[in-house]
Design a protein. Structure first.
Length: 277
């Protein structure tokens, strides 16, 4: 593209200015159309940590063989997701810089994958997910690792952030799955206010979580129940909520459900599986 000087800009004819103005003023509309039409690529199959608390039907669908459907998200929510991704990227870069400035007494690895070919537990339970990062804290004298802390970032609106008194149960379950698969004893649930960029401090007792074996046993049982249902072709009840808008199976699930479609409604525990504890 040619670089225009201020003199060139002044010499532009009214016809050229009018044409350029029309094109420029249409950028906003064209971007809105792009957001409206864009379809998210399908995620990898298997269990995603963010799904284990949403809806048992969705969990069963995620464990069925075959590719996942593509997701279509409204442009309003897409903007919100883009903002969330940008905040994640900003914080991860800041943590990398902090780690470098610490003289490598703190190491930070971002976007740590959890996949069947990487961890035995992920293979056994068919888990495919990613955590936002892991901190490795080193001893100043020996430089040996003395502690690891998993990081999970959640951005909130100003109103949501003000009401936050303790971690949301869904998020606790999500990081518990991460801790179990990655063998990390602690997790920092970092909630961030999108408006002020304030965040919950890492030393807050309610937001620095320790691995809970009892909760993990419940989650493991939930995944095993869903796996058995998927293998037997059983479709459980769905739990309706805002998550339905982003569910890749909403087109398949919603119409049947709303038209009074009835299927076998199993109890919470699938026949043949004994409840633990």
């Amino acid at each position: 593209m040619d670089v225009l000087t201020t003199e060139d800009l002044a010499k532009a004819t009214e016809e050229e200015r009018s044409k350029a103005r029309t094109i420029a003023s249409g950028l906003s509309t064209r971007y809105e159309e792009y957001l409206e039409k864009k379809v998210e690529p399908p995620r990898r199959g298997g269990v995603h940590a963010s799904e284990i608390s949403k809806c048992q039907r969705r969990l069963v669908y995620s464990l069925r063989p075959g590719p996942r459907p593509q997701r279509k998200i409204s442009k309003t929510w897409r903007r919100r997701f883009q903002m969330g991704h940008a905040i994640h990227d900003m914080l991860q870069k800041s943590f990398h810089q902090w780690a470098r400035d610490s003289g490598y007494l703190i190491q930070f690895l971002d976007e740590v994958p959890i996949e069947p070919h990487l961890q035995e537990l992920a293979r056994r339970l068919n888990i495919n997910s990613n955590t936002d990062g892991i901190f490795s804290i080193r001893d100043p004298s020996t430089h040996r690792e003395i502690c690891r802390v998993l990081l999970e970032i959640k951005s909130k609106s100003a109103d949501e952030y003000k009401k936050l008194k303790e971690p949301e149960p869904d998020h606790v379950e999500q990081v518990t799955l991460y801790m179990a698969c990655l063998r990390v004893p602690f997790a920092w649930l970092l909630y961030l206010d999108k408006g002020t960029m304030a965040y919950t401090p890492s030393n807050h007792p309610n937001f620095l979580l320790e691995f809970n074996p009892k909760l993990w046993a419940e989650l493991e049982d939930r995944i095993q129940v869903a796996t058995a249902m998927a293998e037997d072709g059983v479709t459980p009840d769905r739990t309706e909520g805002i998550h339905c808008e982003f569910c890749p199976w909403s087109a398949e699930c919603g119409p049947k459900y709303l038209q009074g479609h009835t299927e076998a409604r199993p109890t919470q525990l699938h026949p043949g599986l004994r409840k633990k504890g």
